[in-house]
Each structure stands twice: as C-alpha cells, then as structure tokens.
Write a protein that binds this ligand. Structure first.
Ligand code: NAD
Length: 319
C-alpha cells in the first residue's frame, strides 16, 4: 500500500555544512558518511548527567567540555574501531566536530542540513525538534532518520518554517554501504525541501532515493522488521539456536555479515523493540499487531542491558 518512486537529481544548492544530532549506531555512521562526501560535520549528543569513574579520578567536572562532549566523542571512537576497519576512514572521522546539544545549539544556525538521529521515541524527537526550531534559519534542511515514526506526528506543534523545511531521510545500517534512503514528506513539507534532500542524497551521497508515504515504518522496515520478528518466532517454534539460524541465513545465502541474529545485534535490540512498538501502536489491523508483537527473547536481552554490538553484547556475547 505504501508505493514509491525513484526521483532524479535536480539542480539544487549543495550541502556544505551539516549537523547530526544523536551519536549512536546511526548518527555517528551518518556523520562519517557525510564527512566522507566532503561536508563539514558537527555531531551533537546529550550532556552526560554523571562523571565516569575515570573522569572523577582525573579530577574532571561536569562543566568540562571534554566531559560534556563525551557521548559524541565516544560515538566517533566506536566508529574508528568498527569492523571492517576501513568502513570509515580515520582522516574523515577526524574532521567531524563532536559537541553537545546544550552548548552548541546556536551552531545549528550555521549549517545547511540538520539530521536528527536520536533514540526512536516520539517524545524525545519532538523535544529535540523544538530546540532545533528555536535556532532554525530559513532554508536549512531538517530531517529525521526515524525507522518509521510518523513525519506528521514529529512535526506537530512546530511552526510553518520548520514544517516546510522538515522531512524524513531514513538511512540504513551501515549508512556508508547501504544504498537506500527513504525520503518521506510530512503534511506541510515544501516540494523544494523534498527535491533538495533527494538531490543531496543522490548527488552528494551516492544513494538511491525512494520517496515513501508517511505510513508506519514506511516501505523497507514494514517488510524488514516483520521479517526479523517472524524469523525469531520461527527459530523458537522449531527449537533452532542462534548459530543454526545464522548458518542458514548468513554465508550460505551470500550474507556473510548480516545473518539474522548478527544483523539484529548490529541494528540494536532496544531500537528494534521501539520500531515494533511504533507499528503496533499505529496499526488498526489485529493480524498486523500480532505480527509486530515484542519477541520475549528480545525483551529478556534488553532487560539485561544487552542491546547488541553497541553495548558489547546482544544475541552474541563479545566480552
Ligand atoms: P542509538 O541508541 O545507537 O543512539 C541514540 C543516540 O541518541 C544516543 O547516543 C543517545 O545518547 C542520543 N540521544 C538520546 N536523546 C537525545 C537527545 N535528546 N539529544 C541528543 N541526543 C540524544 O540509536 P540508533 O540505532 O543510532 O538510532 C537512531 C535513530 O535511527 C532512531 O530513530 C532509529 O530508529 C533510527 N535507525 C536505526 C537503525 C539501526 O539499524 N540501528 C537503522 C535506521 C534507522
């Protein structure tokens, strides 16, 4: 029912300076991809509310810039360590400026494109958009990397300028290698915003853009998350272990690094739970609500803090 069409590259002003908000699995990866494409990038996360043991021992305080920028800096450090090592080049990672949304908010007024990649929760995304709006310049593109939250709901409460300049640009993991970007307009997105986002993604970032409608999980994740949830259910029904499922769905199918459970760990198990919840909450089809139920295996791992590669453990233990 979603439908979609490829859009061509139009002649629109290039993006030279970008900001990415949220420095997790996707935000750090998107920042590195934008830097690889020649943009100067500001990467912002929240200010931590407590010192680490190491910071406290070194006499640091919560006022120190290095502490306040710690989360974004950690996102960049994770990228540098990622396998395969050449996924993002160190020289490009070094060009990304880490910061935080409190101290660097005004700098969002200096960029051409702001990409939001914070946790998949509508309330948190809305509060980030309210802050962005307070410094937004006419002409600055704003987009969300949501996996499937409603663009209309995210734009709710914002003024006309924001609503015209805002849309979804949904990248896939890892952003450097996955070609697809879904571009999804909200109810008041200006056509030139969509054209410009599509042109930037295709022309500057080398992506294949599909325009999707503002339906739960858009196109790819409506199919993909359903596939993930049903594979977990099938493994449970047939008593198959993680290794067995991955042996069947990995190298044997030409997916050496993206067998089912490896991919789930890469995506982030907490993120997958949010994405399943979001479809269920927006669907009025009981069969669909069943299909997007929370798998108990995922809930148990997330309850232990094993949210996947970003936490060091998920379906696979790496400690
Ligand atoms: P993540 O949990 O790895 O990272 C989220 C980051 O957001 C964290 O660093 C957190 O500190 C930060 N954050 C939370 N609240 C914030 C705030 N108020 N201001 C600034 N930063 C804040 O999550 P992720 O996997 O990177 O997902 C980010 C977004 O991308 C989500 O909307 C998700 O659905 C989407 N997405 C994820 C994937 C994937 O494979 N993980 C793929 C495509 C899209």
């Amino acid at each position: 029912p979603e439908g979609g069409s490829c859009v061509g590259v139009r002649s629109t002003p290039a993006v030279r300076r970008a900001a990415v908000i949220g420095s997790g699995v996707m935000g750090a990866g998107i920042a590195a991809h934008l830097a690889n494409a020649g943009m100067s990038v500001l990467l912002l996360d929240v200010v931590p509310d407590a010192l680490t043991e190491q910071e406290a021992k070194a006499g640091a305080t919560l006022e120190d810039r290095a502490v306040r920028n710690r989360l974004a800096a950690a996102g960049l450090a994770r990228l540098a360590k990622q396998e395969p090592p050449a996924l993002y080049e160190a020289s490009f990672i070094g060009r990304i400026a880490p910061g935080n949304l409190e101290d660097d908010l005004a700098r969002l007024g200096e960029v051409d494109w702001i990409v939001e990649a914070v946790v998949e929760r509508l309330d948190i995304k809305r509060s980030v958009f309210a802050r962005i709006e307070s410094v937004l310049k006419p002409g600055t593109l704003v987009s969300s990397n949501t996996s499937g939250l409603s663009a209309a709901a995210m734009a709710e409460g914002r003024g006309e300028t924001f609503r015209k300049q805002f849309a979804v640009t949904h990248f896939f993991n890892p952003p450097r290698h996955m070609k697809l970007v879904e571009v999804v307009p909200g109810p008041d997105t200006a056509p030139e915003t969509i054209d410009r986002l599509a042109a930037v993604c295709e022309g500057q970032l080398g992506k294949g853009v599909v325009r999707a409608k503002d339906t739960p999980n858009f196109i790819a994740n409506r199919i993909g998350t359903y596939g993930m949830a049903t594979t977990i259910a099938a493994a449970r029904a047939y008593g198959l272990g993680v290794d067995e499922v991955d042996a069947l769905t990995g190298p044997a199918m030409g997916r050496p690094k993206t067998a089912t459970f490896r991919l789930l760990d890469l995506v982030g198990l907490d993120t997958l739970l949010h994405v399943l919840d979001n479809v269920r909450e927006r669907s009025d089809d009981p069969a669909e609500r069943d299909a997007f139920a929370r798998p108990p295996e995922l809930e148990a791992l997330v309850a232990k803090g094993w949210t996947g590669e970003k936490a060091g453990s998920g379906f696979y233990r790496k400690i």
